[in-house]
Design a protein around this ligand. Structure first.
Ligand code: ATP
Length: 366
């Protein structure tokens, strides 16, 4: 049963779970992410096993979390990274052990599979699970019972299995590294998480969420502000590390450009490149107030608008905006150029230069 089949099937059906639950966890509104969220909503309420695939850092663990939250299961979400635990410890980690089961087992310990009872077991990097454990896991899935190391008794378990891997499991089966019978057990549904490069229009939304999360955890932090050129530079990057890489870029921006307007040059030189930014801030250092003041549209709004447009005369459009804003500031300050320059956060001489360039005479002739 493939995602394509499911995609066709769910397109026409009402969603079984509130989409807000999934929206809160998975940020993004691009077509591939909207499709992924619909699939999660459709699959979440069943008990079927799900394999989540996708490149590293794309958000596979978040998909497991969304599946769990939307499933309504009352038990916990228990996550185990099979690649991060040494093979010799993974067995007791998953299955638990009785006291004295092996040297050093000085007390009994419940395994992660039992911990997930009533909830969801998320096995990350299942493609890295040693073959002997694959056989044991298969037995648990078939019998719905688990046996701790050193015990003769089986304990019944009820969990929903979600697995993830960045490996191609079909190739692993061909190489003999992964059991095909386990593959068919764990792979009732496949959910593919798109790479960030396939959904760069989600970058402004993801950045906004990451900034607000960062500010929640560090209320004293001074957030950087990404202008349209910065967003476009971010969208042009190839993102081999996907959202994890974007998170790192934002962390660098918090450290190197706090409270400053981040431009395309900063993105290229200081955030994707590692050069230190100019400490003086030749860009527009921001005062405490909102960068554009009052009700001005956020520059990121253009990102979406531009996506829907065909060709645009960018220079002409920006010139019209500049002229309109300069004239509005001069009106507001009754033709006083110095005060209008303050309002626009420009040097007086810079404003005069612009006025001459655009042929705006108001306030210059007096
Ligand atoms: N849509 C999203 N919105 C905001 N943050 C996200 C989103 N998707 C992923 N992240 C963040 O990106 C980081 C990587 O996500 P996650 O660990 O889920 O990726 P992964 O695909 O499981 O990575 P790996 O392949 O290395 O296991 C995490 O810090 C996660 O919180």
């Amino acid at each position: 049963m493939t995602s394509e089949w499911l995609a066709r099937d769910v397109a026409a059906r009402p969603l079984p779970v509130a989409p807000e639950t999934i929206d809160r966890i998975i940020v993004g509104d691009s077509a591939p992410i909207r499709q992924l969220k619909r699939l999660i909503a459709a699959v979440a309420v069943s008990d079927a096993a799900v394999v989540v695939t996708g490149p590293t850092g794309a958000g596979k663990e978040l998909v497991a979390e969304a599946l769990h939250r939307a499933s309504g299961r009352s038990g916990p979400l228990v996550a185990v990274n099979c690649a991060a635990i040494p093979a010799e410890l993974l067995e007791s980690e998953l299955f638990g052990h009785e006291k004295g089961a092996f040297t050093g087992a000085d007390r009994a310990r419940i395994g992660r599979i039992e911990q997930a009872n009533g909830g969801t077991l998320f096995l990350d990097e299942i493609g890295d699970m040693p073959p002997a454990l694959q056989a044991k896991l298969l037995r648990v899935l078939e019998t719905r019972r688990v046996q701790r190391l050193g015990s003769n008794c089986d304990t019944p378990v009820d969990f929903r299995l979600v697995t993830a891997t960045h490996r191609d499991l079909c190739q692993a089966i061909e190489r003999g590294d992964f059991r095909s019978d386990l593959y068919y057990r764990i792979n009732v549904f496949t959910l593919c998480v798109p790479s960030l490069a396939e959904r760069t229009c989600d970058i402004p939304m993801i950045l906004a969420r990451m900034i607000s999360d960062h500010l929640c955890q560090n209320p004293a932090a001074d957030a950087p502000h990404f202008d349209l050129s910065a967003i476009r530079a971010l969208a042009a990057h190839s993102w081999p590390g996907n959202i994890r890489e974007l998170k790192n870029v934002l962390q660098r921006a918090f450290v190197m450009l706090p409270g400053r307007m981040v431009t395309a040059r900063h993105v290229r030189d200081n955030l994707l490149g590692m050069a230190m930014p100019d400490p003086e801030g030749d860009d527009y250092a921001l005062p405490e107030a909102a960068p554009l003041g009052g009700d001005m549209p956020d520059p990121s709004a253009f990102h979406e608008a531009l996506g829907k447009l065909g060709d645009i005369d960018l220079r002409g459009y920006i010139r019209d905006i500049e002229v309109a804003m300069i004239e509005a500031a001069l009106d507001k300050r009754c033709g006083n150029v110095a005060q209008a320059a303050d309002m626009l956060r420009l040097r007086r001489t810079t404003l005069i230069e612009k006025m001459k360039k655009f042929g705006i005479r108001r306030g210059l002739d007096a």
